[in-house]
Design a protein around this ligand. Structure first.
Ligand code: ARG
Ligand code: ZN
Length: 874
């Protein structure tokens, strides 16, 4: 059952209106759907009507009010077929019964902490009723929700509430919601439960009064204030930057504690994983605040990029996700520090998307086939999808980009669109042919760009020679050259401005590399420059540059591009770390040079932008180093190399770091703003390096900070430092933390995560023990990801233990979780994706674990697909 892009054809029927009557009951919810159908003029004549279903049980079906006899339809839990439907418009009334309590897949209608909620993207609506569950079938929905008043005093649906009342004598009540905007079924939502509320009124630029509200577990209302503020800022920003206005009288957000993903953009009723709504200084870190802001914005921005303009089919997923990630990244950059945010984005892109692209799971941003669409909500579709939009803006410039976006929204409003529709808008406003650029959607793999520079002092010319190549990926052995925007500049070694001219560099400083090889010549170059390439990370590529460490450190001192100042340091550190991890000789003077350059930078510049400085101080992660090595990986060697370098830097910069501890100490109440967060980040990075250099001192400082911290950011950072320092002090601090937050599941998740990442022999046993903890629940995605997911994703040495114990453990959990929640299980399984890069012994263990999974009968499609693709021969 492989679905292919090339097989797309329009639906044979359309649904114009949907009336749903949902009578909520914990185990026997009854749904009556009245669908106004008609044959699609673009479909096949005489086709039967085949509606999708998934584990629904049919009570009755009627056509234009006439109950259908068994001879006129075929029903199974997977589908409902009307063999000879009318040739003109008709209504179909379908009654089904579903059990939300036993719905552990968290798709369709389910219960979370006793509340009813839904998740329909991608194919969850068919778990509520039989339907043409595909995004190009768009209907106007009216939803009546009925429930026990005690059980669900709050009833929410899409759109505006048009009616509500009680059903006398039954203890039940109802509400009717109407959404005037036609939408695909994946944007349907309803909620019923006992929930607290915070709200405020927002006036749009066109003068519409909108009631904004966030619903959370009663008693936690104040923890939603930050999210509400972020929502208001997002709405204002989308008006100002993209000219997009909200289009209903209410906008509701509901936070639930059992949720497979981050959040969902259902029309007028966003449903969120509570981790991305609830925050207080005592329970959330600076990173949590930043994530909440970004995800609130992301889901809100979907109202235009996703809902008003939706996707024709699921192959076009990046059309809404890549674009919306780009939009939320721009929002966060405007609200916070642009370079700091860009560095954070690139770190995620490399850690997740580059990793995926180098694995057997590599796929194009627009895939051409899938077995299970839920497995394509990936870093490639989301993050690389966003990079494509960013490159487009870089190539055509901000004004044309905005004109193209306006045209896209205007032309495609109310439609289910494709990537071609998106690109056509930009081709039209610019007159450019974007067909070469469009390869970014079709060709998988991370291009590698190799650059060499040649200076001719007599002629005062400087030449850059570029080549590009993309490695083979599954199904794509041969690759074409890509259209790669290279934002660049030349930097002089003494920091003085440098004159250089080239007619192939745009006024914005961008050179377009669109051939396999090309060169760029500069004239009037009076001294040998250091090239600063891919400024702001202008393209999602890997690079090989023939720059010495010394030249790279010139960029740290003198480049005007903050991203490349950071990148230069990372490149130097990475070279040394890779060499050490591989057992190659590393000159002590090279380590000393890096350490002293970092100390000098910190002395001179760190306090100007502490957030940036904290990023410069953070060495590439163990996973980053593994990826850079790329084959025959020994995680233990990587761990030791990184540990040694941290110690070295901590020793070299000790005095400065101590000074930062004092000068950056918190004064006044906690504020989550980016500047305050940056000061905390640098202060905590200092603690981390001091502890790496001097364990006894580190332990003392960290224990003090765990106990005295005035906010979760500082407390958790200090506890994290203790994780690297085995001993009684660590265990005691963990116990105090547990006691203090015993009733805070989201905080205990952080406690699970820290312990799962301890790079010591006993960690697997510890993780097993923690799975018995009263706060752990195998059915809750946040708990499973915090403990098991973190073990697999963060703990390079223990997950990849040489005896295979980490792999076996993960395989056991994947199989166990698969019986409850296949989506969650499939996600966990992706942590095997780089198994082929490991050294031989580990490879063999990983392969055995994967084969054990693949061979299990009755696997879900989700897990079966990931296991099979992971094992495919390259
Ligand atoms: N559209 C949601 C978001 O990005 C993600 C929902 C994914 N759900 C799923 N079951 N695959 O913003
Ligand atoms: Zn999204």
């Amino acid at each position: 059952q492989i679905v292919r892009l090339e097989d797309y054809r329009p639906s044979d029927f359309l649904i114009d209106r949907v009336e749903l009557d949902v009578r909520l009951h914990p185990t026997a919810t009854r749904v009556t759907a009245t669908l106004s159908l008609r044959p699609n003029p673009k479909g096949r004549a005489d086709a039967p009507l085949v509606l999708d279903g998934d584990e629904v049980s049919l009570t009755s079906v009627a056509l234009d009010g006439r109950p259908l006899p068994d001879s006129e339809f075929e029903a199974s839990p997977q589908s409902l077929t009307i063999t000879q439907p009318p040739r003109g418009p008709f209504t179909l009334t379908i009654e089904t019964e579903i059990d939300p309590t036993s719905n552990t897949k968290l798709m369709g209608l389910y219960r979370s902490s006793g509340n009813y909620c839904t998740q329909c993207e991608a194919e969850g609506f068919r778990r509520i009723t039989y339907f043409l569950d595909r995004p190009d079938v768009m209907a106007v929905y009216t939803t009546r929700i009925e429930a026990d008043k005690d059980e669900a005093p709050v009833l929410l649906g899409n759109g505006n509430r048009i009616e509500a009342g009680e059903i006398a004598g039954t203890g039940r009540h109802y509400a009717v919601w109407h959404d005037p905007h036609p939408k695909p079924s994946y944007l349907f939502a309803l909620v019923g439960g006992r929930l607290g509320r915070v709200g405020k009124t927002f006036r749009t630029m066109g003068g519409r009064e909108v009631e904004l509200a966030i619903y959370v577990e009663a008693g936690k209302e104040s923890r939603a204030d930050y999210a509400l503020d972020a929502l208001e800022r997002s709405m204002r920003w989308d008006e100002r930057v993209f000219g997009r206005e909200y289009d209903l009288d209410v906008f509701n957000i509901v936070a639930v504690s059992d949720f497979n993903m981050g959040a969902m953009e259902n029309k007028g009723l966003n449903i969120f994983n509570d981790k991305y709504v609830l925050a207080s200084p005592e329970t959330a870190t600076d990173v949590d605040y930043a994530n909440i802001e970004a995800i609130i914005a992301h889901e809100y921005f979907h109202n235009w990029s996703g809902n008003r303009v939706t996707c024709r089919d699921w192959f076009q997923l990046c059309l809404k996700e890549g674009l919306t990630v780009f939009r939320d990244q721009e929002f966060s950059s405007d609200e916070r520090s642009r370079p700091v945010h860009r560095i954070a984005e690139v770190k995620t892109l490399r850690a997740r998307q580059f990793l995926e692209d180098a694995s057997p799971l590599s796929h194009p941003v627009r895939p051409t086939q899938y077995r299970e669409i839920n497995n394509f909500y990936t870093a490639t579709v989301y993050e690389k999808g966003a990079e494509i939009v960013r490159m487009l803006k870089t190539i055509i410039g901000p004004e044309d980009f905005r004109r193209g976006m306006d045209l896209y929204f205007e032309r495609c409003d109310g439609t289910a669109a494709t990537v071609e529709d998106f690109l056509a808008a930009f081709a039209e406003v610019t007159g450019h042919d974007l067909s070469h650029f469009a390869r970014w959607y079709a060709q998988a793999g991370t291009p590698r760009v190799t650059v060499t520079g040649t200076y001719d002092p007599a002629a005062k010319t400087y030449r850059l020679d570029f080549t590009q190549a993309t490695p083979p990926t599954p199904g794509q052995p041969d690759k074409e050259p890509m259209a790669i925007p290279v934002a660049l500049g030349l930097v002089s070694r003494d920091g003085e401005p440098l004159q250089a001219a080239s007619d192939r560099v745009s006024p914005q400083g961008v050179f377009l590399l669109d051939k396999a090889a090309d060169s760029l010549a500069f004239t009037g170059v009076t001294s040998q420059p250091v090239p600063s390439l891919f400024r702001e990370f202008s393209a999602p590529v890997r690079t090989s540059l023939d720059l010495s460490n010394e030249e790279l450190l010139v960029l740290l001192r003198h480049d005007s591009d903050a991203f490349n100042r950071w990148q230069a340091t990372q490149t130097v550190a990475m070279r040394l770390l890779v060499a050490q991890a591989k057992g190659d000789a590393v000159a002590d003077s090279d380590l000393a040079d890096l350490a002293s350059a970092l100390c000098a930078f910190m002395e001179a510049d760190a306090l100007d932008d502490p957030a940036f400085a904290a990023l410069v101080l953070a060495l590439p992660s163990e996973a980053d180093i593994a990826q850079e090595i790329g084959r025959d990986i020994d995680p233990d060697a990587i761990h030791h190399a990184r540990k040694a370098m941290r110690r070295r830097i901590g020793q070299a910069c000790r005095e400065t770091l101590h000074r930062f501890r004092d000068s950056l100490a918190e004064r006044g109440p906690y504020s989550p703003d980016a500047a305050s967060a940056g000061r905390r980040a640098l202060r905590n990075a200092s603690l981390d390096l001091l502890a790496a250099a001097d364990a006894a001192l580190g332990e003392q400082l960290a224990v003090e900070q765990v106990d005295d911290a005035g906010n979760m950011t500082d407390r958790l950072a200090a506890l994290g430092v203790l994780m690297t320092l085995p001993g009684d002090a660590r265990e005691a601090a963990l116990a105090r933390f547990e006691e203090r937050y015993r009733d805070e599941p989201l905080v205990l998740d952080k406690w699970f995560t820290l312990q799962a990442a301890i790079p010591e022999d006993g960690t697997l046993e510890r993780v097993r023990r923690l799975m018995e903890h009263q706060a752990f629940a195998i059915g809750n995605p946040n708990r499973v990801r915090a403990l098991v997911g973190s073990f697999a994703m963060l703990n390079q040495v223990r997950f990849n233990a040489k005896d295979g114990s980490g792999y076996d453990f993960l395989a056991d959990i994947v199989l166990q979780v698969d019986e409850l929640n296949p989506q969650l299980a499939a996600r966990l399984l992706t942590s095997f994706s780089s198994w082929r890069m490991m050294e031989k012994t580990r490879q063999t263990h990983a392969k055995n674990a994967l084969q054990r999974i693949a061979g299990k009968p009755n696997l879900s499609r989700d897990v079966g697909d990931i296991a099979a693709r992971s094992l495919e021969e390259p």
